[in-house]
Design a protein around this ligand. Sequence first.
Ligand SMILES: [Zn+2]
Length: 500
Amino acid sequence: MTPTAPDRLVLVGGTIHDPATGRDGVIDDIWIEGGSIVARPTDPSSFRQIDCRGLVVMPGGVDLHSHVVGPKVGFGRRVAPHLARSPGKPAAVPTIHATGAAYAALGYTTVFDAAIATSAAALAHLELADLPILDKGIYLLAADDVAVLNALDRGDACETERLVSDAVRAGRGWAVKVANPGGAVFWRKGRGDHHDLDAAIPGHDLTPRRLLERLADAVQAIRLPHPLHVHTANLGLPGNWRTLLETMRSLDGRRAHLAHVQFHSYSGGDLDEGSFGSGVAPLVEFFNAHDSLTLDVGQILFGETVAMTGDSAAAEHLAHTTGVPWVSHDLHLSGGCGVLPIAYKEKSLIHAWQWAIGLEWFLCATDPWRVALTTDHPNGAHFTAYPHLMALLGDAAFRRAAFDRIHPAVRKRSPLKDLDREYSLQELCIVTRAAPARIAGLPQKGHLGPTADADLTLYRPDRDLARMFSVPAKVFKRGVLVAEDGHVRATPTGGTLAAS
Ligand SMILES: [Zn+2]
């Protein structure tokens, strides 16, 4: 298909949700010229009109934490071929072309892969070049590089900054991610899946806490658009809420983004899954009081998917817990990934807790501008389940009906039973586009003011929010109509977002 972008376009009379410019359900026109949004022109006669009366208009969706390329995604397709054959459902790990098409049909126009080893960056970009429609970028696991780790170990800030900056430039990265700080070293020494932030990293005069602090400082010093993207230690383990709290305390005063907090908010102890529960309350209290921190939730939703992580230790723990065969891939002894199929079940005590814990985060975090809606695709759920998640947030009755189906012990103990908050359309707009664009450092995205990229999604208002957000009436990417009623209409090539 050849994308055709009329140079001048006006979307007439839509109901605008644009939190960045303060428009909350206001009827207005959106003027587009050369792929960007422009102010109302003095001579509107040359602008082709599109009637948007009765439609909700939002900026295109921005997914700031997903997994769409790189070795782990390839392994994901191989370990779960059965999930590629479910009739009527997207594959758990779609092909790169299907990924772009499905995101665009859903109204998303920007995506980041959140975990690429520096040595895999070139391959990731080759794959990303085939991802149609969306603008895209990668976060680099720079702290897994031996030279960077050694510079962090020495506390050599200049050398750390130089190496991280070089890695971002060479790998055309957008941000730096740390997946289980020092975890690759712990894991190779056979004790990867459980250590606190003050344990010495084997062979180094360094702890995960110092690593986080020094790396966050380096990322800040080299002025990357997005702060350090932190997947902290002990992912998925009972009692790991303490690790996340310590992580937030260490990073306090610095800008930092906390990835998939749902997987890091569990109470219980001594690796005892019987004592598993929610540790969200003290965490969200700290988070709400500290403006320099942002997060994405990594919500799980019930169903089958594939877990994939640069944190091999976490994947190994999960594989041993579930008894499911897994793939571990080592990259030049400096990082790697673990991949395995997983089925989240309503009646599983652990899975029901995970589901409730993610929603508790969404409903207790007071500032939606510091929260990004994610499922850590495909780890918590496929990204095509975002509309279902939006309905869980925006419709308390829908959420209550889902809550009534989960494991009874969780129904009894989860604070979710007392949470009545409903996200407004404006708040759903914030957590799916405005906030992730701002958190990721994308001034052209996530809003509809002049100079913004003309990435827009038009929805039919519907009390059934899952239906409303599943099938946008129209999706525009830089002024090109790319999807309509769930069908892809054009496949322009998106841009690569590189920080330098
Ligand atoms: Zn992730």
